[in-house]
Ligand binder design. Structure first.
Ligand code: ATP
Ligand code: MG
Length: 645
């Protein structure tokens, strides 16, 4: 399967920002002359005081990372003000509500006014440059206004996904000492109300640093307001001017803190700064999605995740793009919703996650086929390795076999996309993130820290910095050094395992901690999972290792079947035989447990560390589960754990 090559469609290559020849030339240049390369691309931003220094980085010792560091700018001005002359009346944000009858277009001019007012309201609430503001909002335009308003006045935002519990919110408020919280009365997702203000009140009891709360009215349900602390956005904002001069910020002043999704442990407060982050996200947004004038771009990620920061908001708006923001979920009112939204707004670039693709694939082709999707040109994937089976379905069914797929590998920590196909330049292989972006130097290391060359497999590290890289863990630089630079001195360690094939293509094999060692053979979880998902009856699979007397580690597979399939002993045997045939006897699962649902983070990633604990019969030590989307799933899996005697 991995040998299948999908060439770049000629029509795409002809118009693309980057084609095969220019990719190779520019990539070589970006490594030979990083200063020159980034000096040139730093010019894509509007600087108040132009930078003269490009890069000052050390991955050793106390680790410091600085880009464009004597320049000053304002991120909100770069995302809004500088477009006003040419694009004042162009739509900046298309907002599509949870209810299909609700949508709205916000022009750059309107965005300018809304952000100015929100910025003035923050100031009126006493928020100053450098203060932390936590944003706990649903996917409504005010979430974008709030982020950009912080950027405008130099406050540091910390967005917390609206699906998080009061406890998770409180932890994040305390960790960064927020003085202001922006929330809503309630959120609306899939027709259900989410009690945001109620959750916030609960969290605020444990968060004394918060002095003021701004509440946006979304559903109008009655909520409690605390006098002296809480204000209504719709009452206060109209009293204020829409004009708020942007604060002059150094390129290395913080822009935001964002907590990782918690797949592997307690979330880390990742800190990003202004200049390098914006230059990197805007350049990657343009090249990776081949963004062209007139495109309608839709990234389905919530603003609570880094994808929602870099590729829903900052990258696209810095490019003067039209970006779509969706409040709802893929299966409401029915399983055609994504595709209906694409038709309704003539979306040409669509960026989503493998978890969503697998869930929709489970429901068959009919909900997709009854829509047109004729406007689509480019498809994207992010968040987990995409199983080749899901890739092929996405390509054939959603993209009518004509849209290139960009499988983008990156992390909250990297700020932007690092390994990805460029649609006009790099032929795709289903399941591979393919090649590094400009300026990115991936290296694979073995456990002794030796750099591996050629076709090989190892721990994925980066040999040098790129402008979008995180600068520190907020308030804990030591943790930053220990987490990312201590394992392989001199390198940034991603935590992911990776294989490089004969063509120099990169394949993410899963988290390094999840690598299996079966009778001395090292295996990534991704490959076995993809083999299982390739079976026609399987919707989703998660594979972990468990202690095995003879093999050292045995292979334990959790399998979710397609809608309408029944788990039987025969099917279990069939799946074992199937994996043997697809990969080889060494990969055959020792145990298969039927899983009606898998434990996932709220961003939709499978949390293998929990599955590992269940498989090892250590379900009393599950670790941090605060970022689980549906804790009930765990109980079911524990109860039905395979009886191994
Ligand atoms: P935590 O760091 O708290 O454990 P997390 O790693 O899930 O959480 P994110 O920063 O949201 O937090 O996710 C980054 C990770 O997602 C990557 O390290 C990688 O494992 C996975 N990932 C993202 N995109 C891809 C992709 N295209 N292919 C393979 N894996 C991907
Ligand atoms: Mg991570």
């Amino acid at each position: 399967m991995s040998d299948q090559l999908f060439p770049v469609p000629e029509a795409i290559a002809a118009k693309a920002w980057v084609n095969e020849a220019t990719y190779n030339a520019q990539y070589d240049r970006s490594l030979k002359d990083p200063e020159g390369f980034w000096r040139e691309h730093g010019q894509r931003l509007d600087w108040i005081k132009p930078f003269t220094k490009v890069k000052d980085v050390s991955f050793k010792g106390d680790v410091h990372i600085r880009w464009f560091y004597d320049g000053t700018l304002n991120v909100a001005a770069n995302c809004i003000d500088r477009h006003l002359e040419k694009r004042g009346n162009q739509t900046a944000i298309i907002w599509e509500g949870d209810d299909p009858n609700e949508s709205r277009n916000i022009t750059y001019k309107e965005l300018h006014g809304e952000v100015g007012r929100m910025a003035n309201l923050l100031k009126a609430q006493g928020v100053k440059k450098g203060d932390r503001v936590t944003i706990y909002l649903p996917m409504i335009p005010e979430a974008a206004y709030a982020m950009l308003a912080c950027a405008r006045i130099g406050a540091i935002h910390s967005v917390v996904f609206g699906g998080f519990s009061p406890d998770s919110l409180a932890n994040r408020l305390q960790d960064c000492g927020s003085t202001c919280l922006i929330t809503a009365d309630e959120g609306l997702r899939g027709g259900k109300k989410v009690p945001l203000k109620k959750n916030a009140d609960e969290a605020l009891k444990a968060s004394p640093s918060v002095k003021s709360v701004i509440v946006v009215k979304r559903t109008g349900s009655p909520i409690a307001m605390e006098a002296g602390r809480d204000v209504w956005y719709h009452e206060e904002a109209p009293k204020l001017s829409t004009d708020c001069p942007p604060e002059e910020m150094n390129a290395e002043d913080p822009l935001f803190i964002l907590y990782t999704s918690g797949s592997t442990g307690k979330p880390k407060g990742v800190l990003h700064t202004t200049g390098g982050y914006l230059a990197y996200t805007s350049l990657t947004h343009q090249y990776v999605f081949d963004y062209q004038e007139g495109d309608v771009y839709w990234c389905t990620a919530d603003v609570g995740w880094v994808t929602g920061h870099s590729y829903l908001l900052y990258g696209p708006l810095a490019n003067g793009a039209t970006t779509l923001m969706f409040e709802g979920v893929p299966n409401y009112p029915d399983n055609s919703r994504f595709w209906q939204v694409i038709d309704k707004h003539k979306v040409s670039i669509f960026y989503t996650a493998p978890t969503a693709i697998r869930a929709l694939m489970r429901e068959g082709e009919e909900p997709v086929k009854k829509t047109s999707r004729a406007s689509l040109r480019i498809l994207g994937s992010v968040g987990e390795p995409i199983n080749p089976e899901a890739w092929l379905w996405y390509h054939r069914v959603v993209g009518n076999s004509k849209c290139p797929i960009v499988d983008t590998w990156w992390q909250t920590e990297t700020g932007g996309i690092l390994i990805t196909p460029l649609p006009g330049a790099i032929a795709a292989k289903p399941g591979s993130a393919t090649k590094p972006f400009f300026g990115v130097q991936p290296v694979l290391l073995d456990n002794d820290g030796k750099v591996l060359s050629g076709a090989t497999e190892g721990s994925l590290c980066l040999a040098d910095s790129w402008p979008g890289q995180m600068r520190t863990v907020y308030g804990d630089h030591q943790r930053f050094i220990e987490t990312y630079f201590a394992t392989f001195p001199g390198y940034y360690f991603s935590g992911d395992g990776c294989r490089r094939d004969e063509d120099g293509y990169y394949w993410i094999t899963g988290r390094v901690d999840d690598v299996l060692n079966v009778s001395g053979h090292r295996m990534g979880t991704a490959e076995i999972e993809s083999a299982l998902v390739a079976h026609p009856k399987v919707a989703e699979a998660a594979v972990v290792g468990y202690p095995h007397d003879i093999k050292g580690q045995g292979i334990y597979a959790y399998v979710t079947l397609n809608a309408g399939e029944t788990p039987t002993e025969e099917l279990r045997k069939e799946l074992v035989a199937w994996v043997r045939k697809e990969i080889g006897p060494i990969a055959s699962p020792d145990l298969i447990q039927w899983a009606p649902g898998l434990p996932k983070t709220r961003s939709g990633k499978i949390m293998r560390r929990i599955l590992r604990k269940i498989a090892a019969n250590e379900h009393n030590a599950l670790g941090d589960t605060s970022t689980l989307a549906d804790p009930a799933v765990v109980g079911d899996l524990v109860d039905n754990r395979m009886n191994r005697g």
